[in-house]
Design a protein around this ligand. Structure first.
Ligand SMILES: NC(=O)c1ccc[n+]([C@@H]2O[C@H](COP(=O)([O-])OP(=O)(O)OC[C@H]3O[C@@H](n4cnc5c(N)ncnc54)[C@H](OP(=O)(O)O)[C@@H]3O)[C@@H](O)[C@H]2O)c1
Length: 340
């Protein structure tokens, strides 16, 4: 029997378990069946375990993305063949399993030079970063961006994408022990959480930055707006501030929500800045064409080595608790991978 990683109920690490499951269903028309080789973990998987996802509640199978080999294709699938290597995106979760059956539009053929780990590492992080920096953020040559969590999966990707633009300055927050790594990845000015990042940014760039990628919410959302130069933007893409450790803290969730102040349209007019929000799941559901267009573009940039996902660590399914701790205990640099 194949295995999968499940979240049994809302709670701590003990709710992450590996269990046997029935084989994935044979592909219907327009679907493919994939034998999974590696799965990417995301901060979103922490929200799922803590009952904070708006999409799924436990019990459920973990995982938004994986890579593997195609075992069968349904009718009307022309672009993918049995034996192809693919990256897979699972909007509703369920990617951390030995087999998955998905719509062909949720699988992207990979050249065999891409390792299983890298194949499982780039979809969520690099698409989120690309849409946030380039589409919503509109970062331009000579601009400056503040990336919160620059050592995480999205932060790592956003740094590389921003640095493709000539003359861009990247400020990045991260735990102190990760500063040398994020500098190698392209962050010009690493900032520790113990420092006051507002004054650190303004000391280097008194006019402020063109873009802030805010994955924290709470009071940081207000600070992000204060840091914008005229015509700058904040792109909101996460709510990491709601998570304070292994267990969900309702107090922390409420405090984050309470300290995230509403944006007044008058304030936007008077200060010439923009606030945007990004959500990859919703974008894929409502505009699959642009999702696939950017997915292919990112893969092309990885093949040409202009972008390079960094693998923090690789774990077995049975080590899911250690893999998840690595993210919640803030030890990862780049992507955490689990393999069947
Ligand atoms: N909207 C979307 O479609 C979308 C898609 C993907 C991701 N996201 C969001 O983007 C953010 C980054 O996601 P990711 O998957 O790349 O995760 P990640 O950055 O790998 O998350 C782990 C890292 O976050 C940092 N961190 C900051 N505050 C934290 C906290 N309160 N608790 C634990 N760690 C904290 C830690 O590193 P340091 O201490 O070194 O900073 C930790 O190592 C998340 O908020 C996620 O929800 C949104």
């Amino acid at each position: 029997m194949p295995k999968r990683v499940v979240v049994k109920a809302v709670g701590g690490y003990e709710q992450l378990q590996v269990e046997e499951c029935p084989p994935a269903p044979p592909p219907s028309a327009g679907q493919v069946l994939v034998g999974v080789k590696a799965c990417g973990l995301n901060f979103y998987d922490v929200y799922v375990r803590q009952g904070l996802s708006p999409y799924v509640q436990p019990p459920c199978t973990l995982g938004l993305e994986c890579a593997g080999v195609v075992k069968a294709v349904g009718k009307n699938v022309q672009s993918i063949q049995v034996g192809d290597h693919v990256a897979v995106h699972c909007n509703a979760g369920g990617a951390c399993a030995e087999e998955v059956t998905v719509d062909a539009a949720s699988a992207l053929v990979l050249p065999q030079i891409i390792s299983w780990e890298k194949g499982a590492a780039f979809t969520v992080n690099y698409l989120t970063a690309y849409f946030s920096v380039m589409h919503l953020g509109g970062l331009k040559e000579g601009g400056a961006v503040l990336i919160h969590g620059a050592a995480g999966g999205v932060g790592w990707a956003a740094t590389q994408i921003a640095k493709r633009l000539p003359g861009v300055t990247v400020f990045g927050t991260a735990s102190l022990s990760k500063h040398s790594a994020i500098k190698v990845n392209g962050v010009d000015i690493p900032i520790d959480y113990q420092q006051n990042y507002e004054s650190e940014v303004l000391a280097v760039r008194p006019q402020g930055v063109s873009l802030v990628l805010d994955s924290l919410i709470g009071a940081d959302f207000t600070t992000s707006q204060r840091l914008l130069e005229p015509l700058g933007k904040v792109v909101m893409l996460g709510a990491r501030g709601m998570v304070g450790g292994e267990q969900r803290s309702l107090w922390r969730v409420l405090a984050s929500w309470w300290s995230t102040k509403n944006v007044s349209p008058f304030s936007l007019i008077m200060n010439n800045y923009g606030v945007a929000g990004f959500n990859l799941n919703e974008l894929k559901s409502k505009n699959p064409d642009i999702f696939i267009e950017v997915w292919k573009k990112i893969l092309g940039l990885i093949i040409s080595k202009e972008l390079d996902p960094h693998i923090d660590s690789v774990w077995k399914f049975e080590e899911i608790v250690d893999a998840s701790k690595r993210i919640t205990e803030r030890r990862n640099i780049g992507k955490v991978i689990i393999c069947p």
